[in-house]
Write a new protein. Structure first.
Lengths: 722, 129
């Protein structure tokens, strides 16, 4: 009764209902790997194939009716990687919790599960024969299972391992022939009605070697006494060993082994004098001998030295022989090596099931940017508009008229309480006591080693209340940093991170004040001041800043009003030919102004002095602060490299380009742009001390560059402060 | 019942000392979720007073939410929640679901799934059947 057919290496192979792929191949007299004993128990790698694009599939444990295209595993090496499929459905995962997981659905496993249920425990039973293949046991314990519908991750209290026993495979000359079967395999094939021809059944004592014919098929068994048995097939019965790898993956006391996996007395085969002990990694007795002589005398060492046991079958075939080898050489029977997940090969999809890439957050204006046709990019953990299509026009809108930009991604935090000022004095290297209510200050955050890890703003709202900002990418780290430190100091303060709940729009350009007046902000704050005001009907914290180098106001507001505010500014801004600007334009604008981007222009060992921000560190303030001692110490050491400005008459090649002074390495560029306003290339970058001095000119990818102060545009700051 | 995430309205964020929060008499018609020992998320408009002069009490527009039937919530969590949320009701739990920070208010017969608004679109995409 035909159950159907599948393609095998370009030919059609018919199968009967209920056949595994291996049984179907055997009906067609095909050995999927070209030779080696077949066990039909999933313990070896002698029947692995590629089924429907998935490699290392065990043909003996795969239902024929579930595959359409099977290709043989290559005789040497690994199968080719499958073509990339961008549209593949993700592998589903189900998370379950139970009291007891039973692995193995035979008599012992079923009985153990029934007993646990009778005791009132919740039980889940997984049986590879039913398609639920346990791949590994992780700390917890957590059991990972592959099923026909996806992966299952089960957290449980106890594991019962009822996986039976594996049959010992032969390691003698001729083991690579076809026509070799374990006892269990022969029974399976017999039940399937497959005639093995004239068979020779041999035990360990009767096995000398296999002899083959010209086609690589066994033709005879040679006994140790020199006699021969001619045959078409050989059934080897060399003993059994507990199939307990999954139990050995579990932590102490987590797993109980029952049935044959517990009761079978492990067979330790006679140590072979030659031949391949580990077919997966092609490890020979001679190689093991060499390692043993070099001191690899323990199971774990021998495994690491030879890679035996690390291949496809994970030691299913070779472990008894490795034990035998070490017992023969050292006189002591050693336990099996540590078992670790995974017990079976998995696809990348199965491995990644339930995993997610870190999500990029979306500001409340995300849909607006997309409607405007912005090219959205992931920057600093957020989706941000890189450009609305014409970066030059966006840039000019800021420099010449007025523009708006979404800066909702800035970290925002309220710190209030009796000890708020004291806490900030210890966190920041500026003298917070001199920031008056209504004023704000640019600040660095230093770690204990005095290195800059973030920057932002401190705005004082009241005596005991501050509003802090951080970089978009550094807000989470800064929050953890502040919470950890203030908790350890037992400060009487309250902290609330408002990054995700507040939007912020930067209104910038020489006509910014005009636009804001049109939408209701009549009395904007002075430079570095801030106030609370209603703008276009939306209550805003208004900050006067200058990141772009132009007159700039940041409007921080509840995020549910972002679209309303953006829309009002856009409509009123039409009078001034307003255009929104994206990050590409913003980065160019700030670079012209010489404003650093922490993380892009700084490194992990950037001190305030190296980035020429010593002015942001107040060593005269009578308070200790994080990084103070390091800054004081490093300030005594001559700076051997520093962040500087570069300018050139031709464009710089790229960010990261190396700077040279003759044949000497002189640094590299961290930010580059062509300045339309200045009609020259500008860059920030690191400059090395060469000899006694820093060079005043360098060559970058063939472009001659001058070393200059980094505030290229409006160095007096009259435009931003005006 | 919303079929997709909607911005959660009438939400307050309260930060104060654990002692002051414990002493606060929140009206019964408010849903008060303990995000941290010093922090509450309050859904509703009825006024309340926190006995702490430095308490932060601000409106918070940073959340999206969606009600699920209990059965639908359990099915969604089985597929996307790698930890075991409490099954008793009412209860509150928070942790990663579908790789995103989520808060679960398990009411008597349904579950309110609360996600930071900045991840609402991502959450919908990830849990979509």
């Amino acid at each position: 009764m035909s159950g159907g057919s599948f393609e095998y290496d370009g030919r059609s192979v018919e199968f009967e209902a209920g056949d595994s792929v291996l049984i179907a191949l055997q009906r067609a007299d095909i050995h999927p790997t070209g030779g080696g004993t077949l066990c039909f128990g999933g313990d070896c790698a002698n029947c692995v194939c590629t089924a429907d694009g998935v490699s290392y599939v065990r043909a003996c444990q795969t239902e024929a009716a579930t595959v359409t295209d099977v290709t043989p595993h290559p005789a040497g090496g690994a199968p080719p990687l499958p073509p990339l499929d961008d549209h593949a459905d993700p592998t589903q995962v189900e998370y379950l919790t139970t009291d007891v997981v039973v692995i193995g659905g035979g008599t012992s496993g079923t009985a153990a599960g029934a007993a646990a249920e009778a005791a009132g425990r919740r039980v889940l039973l997984f049986d590879a024969g039913e398609g639920a293949e346990v791949l590994g046991v992780y700390p917890g314990p957590m059991v990972v299972v592959r099923t026909p519908t996806g992966m299952v991750h089960v957290e449980c209290e106890r594991i019962v391992v009822a996986t039976g026993a594996a049959e010992i495979q032969p390691v003698v000359p001729g083991s690579e022939l076809t026509g070799l079967y374990t006892r269990h395999a022969a029974d399976v094939l017999s039940r399937a009605g497959i005639d093995l021809g004239a068979t020779a059944a041999v035990t360990a004592d009767e096995l000398g070697q296999f002899e083959g014919d010209a086609d690589g098929r066994v033709a005879a068994v040679a006994r140790p006494d020199g006699s021969r048995i001619e045959c078409d097939s050989v059934i080897v019965d060399l003993g059994r060993t507990p199939r307990d790898a999954l139990a050995r993956m579990a932590g102490p006391g987590e797993a109980t082994v029952v049935g044959q996996a517990a009761s079978v007395e492990p067979t330790i085969p006679t140590c072979p004098s030659s031949g391949v002990i580990c077919p997966c990694s092609n490890v020979t007795v001679g190689q093991l001998d060499d390692l043993y002589e070099r001191g690899f005398t323990h199971m774990e060492l021998l495994k690491r030295g030879s890679l035996a046991g690390t291949g496809t079958c994970q030691g299913g075939v070779c472990t008894p022989y490795l034990k035998s080898f070490l017992a023969d050489r050292g006189g002591e029977l050693q336990p099996a090596f540590t078992a670790r997940p995974l017990a079976r090969q998995v696809t990348l999809g199965e491995m990644a099931a339930g995993s997610h890439l870190p999500a990029a957050a979306r500001t409340a204006l995300d849909a607006v940017h997309r409607r405007l046709g912005a090219q959205m990019e992931r920057i600093g953990g957020w989706w941000r508009p890189w450009t609305y299509g014409d970066t030059d026009a966006e840039y000019r809108a800021v420099r010449e008229r007025v523009s708006i930009g979404d800066v909702s991604t800035l970290g925002k935090m309220i710190v209030t309480g009796r000890d708020a000022e004291a806490a900030l004095q210890r966190l920041y290297p500026t003298d917070v006591s001199t920031i008056k209510p209504g004023r704000s200050r640019y600040v660095l955050l230093l770690d204990e080693r005095g290195f800059v890890f973030d920057d932002g703003l401190i705005a004082r709202e009241h005596d005991d209340t501050f509003f802090l900002t951080f970089t978009s990418g550094g807000a989470s780290m800064a929050e953890m940093w502040i919470r950890d430190w203030t908790a350890s100091w037992a400060n009487d303060i309250r902290i609330l991170n408002r990054t995700w709940s507040m939007g912020a729009i930067n209104v910038t350009g020489p006509l910014a004040r005009n636009l804001l007046a049109d939408v209701g902000l009549i009395d904007p704050p002075s430079f570095m001041g801030h106030t609370v005001a209603t703008v276009a009907g939306v209550e805003c914290k208004v900050f006067r800043l200058g990141f772009t180098g132009e007159l700039s106001f940041e409007l921080h507001h509840d995020a549910d009003h972002s679209e309303q505010l953006w829309q009002a500014l856009t409509e009123s801004g039409a009078t001034y030919d307003l255009a929104p600007h994206g990050i590409d334009a913003l980065f160019r604008l700030r670079l012209e102004k010489g404003h650093i981007l922490v993380g892009q222009d700084t490194d992990y060992d950037s001190t305030p002095h190296r980035i020429q921000h010593g002015w942001a560190v107040n060593l005269k303030k009578p308070h200790d602060f994080i990084g103070r001692h390091a800054v004081e110490r490093t300030a005594k050491i001559p700076v051997n490299r520093k962040l500087v400005g570069f300018e050139a008459d031709q464009p710089f090649a790229f960010e990261g380009a190396t700077a040279w002074r003759g044949d000497d390495y002189a640094g590299y560029l961290t930010s580059v742009a062509w300045s339309s306003a200045l009609d020259k290339a500008v860059a920030l970058g690191w400059l090395e001390r060469l000899g006694d001095d820093f060079p005043d000119t360098v060559t970058v990818e063939g472009v001659e560059a001058r070393v200059v102060a980094p505030n290229f545009y409006d160095p007096e700051g009259t435009r931003a402060r005006g | 019942m919303a079929e997709q995430m909607e911005q959660l309205r009438d939400v307050s964020r309260v930060v104060s000392t654990p002692e002051a929060l414990a002493a606060t008499e929140f009206p019964d018609d408010l849903l008060v979720l303990p995000l941290a020992p010093d922090e509450r998320l309050v859904v509703g408009t009825t006024p309340f007073v926190v006995p702490d002069p430095h308490a932060i009490v601000v409106g918070d527009a940073g959340w999206s939410a969606r009600w699920f039937d209990a059965a639908d919530a359990n099915a969604m969590l089985d597929s996307h929640c790698p930890w075991d949320p409490p099954r008793e009701r009412p209860s509150f739990a928070q942790g990663m679901v579908a790789g995103l920070p989520v808060k679960l208010w398990q009411a008597e017969e349904r579950t309110l799934v609360i996600v930071p608004h900045v991840f609402a679109v991502e959450f919908e995409e990830r849990v979509r059947p």
